[in-house]
Ligand binder design. Sequence first.
Ligand code: F6R
Length: 585
Amino acid sequence: MCGIVGCALKRRASDIIYGGLKQLEYRGYDSAGIATLSKGRISIVKRQGKVEKLENCIGELCGNIGIGHTRWATHGKPSDVNAHPHAAGKFAIVHNGIIENCSELKEKYFPDADFLSDTDSEVIVRLLDKFYDGDLLNALKKVADLLTGSYAIVVICTDYAGIAAVKYKSPVIVGSGADGNYAASDAPALAGLCREISVLEDNDLALVTQDDVRVFDGNLNEVSRAVRPNLATPANLDLGGCPHYMLKEIRESPYAIANTCAVFHTAERELEKICSGADRVIITGCGTAYNSGLVAKRYIEQFARIPCEAEIAGEFRYKNPIVGENTLVVAISQSGETADTVEAARLAKRANARVVAVTNAPYSQLTGIADVVVPVAAGPEICVAATKSYAGQIAALYLLANVLSGRATDFEEMQKISRLCKETVENTDISAIADMCARSGGVYFLGRDIDYAVALEGSLKLKEVSYIPSEGYPAGELKHGTLALIDENAVAVVVITSERLAGKTENAVEQVLSRKGKVAVVTGLESVAKKLKDRAEIVKICDCGEYLSPLISSVALQLIAYKTAVMLGRDPDKPRNLAKSVTVE
Ligand code: F6R
């Protein structure tokens, strides 16, 4: 959460920082700000709202050194004064994370001070100002040692011709480019600026000047960190002619499937080893990643007949889970930085479990913890709502389940699914359903077994981008309470992809219709479409069998969510109150 970019350049910094913040807006858009250093003076502009609010003021910011921030509010409401950078004395800082002992620090070191903002971050800059004795690195280290919680902090100081950074549990990368050197919270900020980046480790500090980047470990020993390619490039951050990233990224789902299959061999051997003898599987993740885990649970139990639980990472962490050396813990995360998922993986590691990461971020915190990384090759996902990464995760988890069960993967079949997914993206007309949803008071996504797992994801997507109240429900459970909510303002979107369960799920359709609710049916089955076409809106998708159907049906549900949001005038790329990469707990 929160995007950070800082630089020490041979040219003016403010426009480069502004450009970087625009690329990072998916990390938060409650407020934005930039501070630059010129002739020993710090100038700051900051505004509540999206990064574009800064556009007219960046001209005021001179200097080749600077830091910028786009905020997702945790401590302190979105406002100009709570926006970063925060300044005190010779310093300005930007911070991503949460300082959990902020009140204690304020009480101990500043009992009589009036803080300007309600943020937990302001205490950091006050402490820097207090402890600074002419050595920036030492002061930063001293302050970092006082903090508990999580932080990525980037600093400018009037005495230093560069920027300094420190990190713990929140990501910081550094990189070099033609115009100078950079630190940022993640790679898209540096797209087009740095071909290569290095990822800092916990407790690392960095000093970044025009001429070099120096990294120090927590004992202040100078260290080098591996240099990796920056996978974010201007080309893959482009809207590609689409009005929104959400649509562009839904359209990229077929490639996410195909590319994930293409790179799977890089993990296969290690995966075979780690799966051997596993007698239990726990899948963990948050939000959409958890929902893809619900699909994977079905694969693993059906194919491998090994008991498998799917646990929301934020719950798994706090329930003293039963995990042993024969437990395979599969942590799923698009960003690889979600705090609860990262901590769940750490907990599993401490309990000697075998930990597999399924992630779209090859150099993330999660990959540093896992024994084996199964890559999701979806490419950078910018829209806050996950779409193509869900498809990539399902493909990766299907392949993982095959390894676990000893089934051979039919890669030709996977290619075919990728093509069917493309057909679905290009040819599915969901306008009538989106219209129904946009006018409704609530939307219920129903399904059984694997379709229920997809229904949960469809519901999350719709509520997230359209703000329409929505629930995902097992079709058979409707009559045990939720049916009371059905009236003429309600819409049920029913997913039916399994011949085996179609008849039973159709009962739920009847139950909704007889309470005057409106029904849309997403199905690959001709028989179902024919039977219900006069009483329900039908979205006919390709029939691709039960197990791989989530790769097709989920795309139809994503399109419904997207179209509904657009009809209601929402910005689907930046839903209110949300941010991508939830790096706070
Ligand atoms: C929903 C969505 C979130 C994320 C969740 C986990 O559209 O994007 O629910 O899935 O915050 O994020 P990652 O996968 O990065 O761990």
